[in-house]
Design a protein around this ligand. Structure first.
Ligand SMILES: C[S@@+](CC[C@H](N)C(=O)[O-])C[C@H]1O[C@@H](n2cnc3c(N)ncnc32)[C@H](O)[C@@H]1O
Length: 210
């Protein structure tokens, strides 16, 4: 299902701030090196994340699912000098692309990447996070919510990508759309949080822990 009319999508994107020079380069390198780059979250999600970091003043961020570093760079651009973003990834090919950008002067102290299965890495992370961006394997979305909610500080933001899964959540018929729909219901029924689901791109939910 095409969620948003193509022209509207192009129109809204054309009225959204442009990607930085570094982000444009990251997209180009990703497209050159990889067969598929549809996992890049795009400028609207990127700018939304950047604004959430700016508005909330988040200093400690956790991202589940780096891919080639696109959303991490958007968020890191809004982090203050003493802020940190930990991003989790298990694919070494994607890591090699993101590394070229994460090693640049402005990111090397802010962005820390941890490799491995996020389901195994998360329990070893200590402390609380001000903002968590979930964008990894969809089947594990409900498990991630259970694991990550205790690591989110009160007033912290939990942002989830692909909550509409191309519209499949309306009639979930496969394991991924069922898992995403399950997470959507978990968040809706959780009295500890406020949340808003917005149909930007493939659907984003912003959750705030009360
Ligand atoms: C949709 S992409 C992330 C896109 C990225 N946030 C962006 O906006 O450019 C999902 C990423 O999660 C990674 N991933 C999937 N399951 C994972 C797991 N269990 N542990 C760590 N990384 C995982 C995939 O390799 C992939 O790079």
């Amino acid at each position: 299902m095409k969620l948003i009319n193509r022209e509207i999508s192009e129109y809204t994107e054309s009225f959204t701030s442009e990607e930085s020079k570094t982000l444009k380069e990251l997209v180009q390198v990703s497209e050159r090196e990889l067969e598929y780059t549809d996992m890049l979250s795009g400028p609207q999600v990127g700018m939304l994340l950047k604004m959430l970091v700016q508005i909330s003043g988040a200093k400690r961020i956790l991202e589940i699912g780096t891919f080639t570093g696109y959303s991490a760079i958007w968020m890191a651009d809004a982090l203050s000098e003493d802020g940190t973003l930990i991003t989790l990834e298990m694919n070494e090919r994607y890591r090699d692309i993101s590394r070229q950008f994460f090693e640049q002067e402005e990111y090397k102290t802010k962005i820390k990447q941890k490799m491995g299965n996020a389901l195994e890495v998360i329990p070893a992370l200590s402390g609380f996070f001000d903002l968590i961006f979930l964008d990894a394997d969809k089947i594990s979305y409900p498990t991630y919510y259970e694991m990550l909610k205790p690591k989110l500080k009160i007033g912290g933001l939990f942002v989830v990508d692909n909550v509409l899964w191309g519209g499949e959540v309306l009639r979930p018929s496969d394991v991924k759309s069922r898992a995403i729909h399950k997470l959507n219901k978990m968040i809706r029924d959780d009295n500890d949080v406020d949340q808003v689901m917005i149909p930007v791109r493939d659907g984003i939910t912003i959750v705030r822990k009360k």
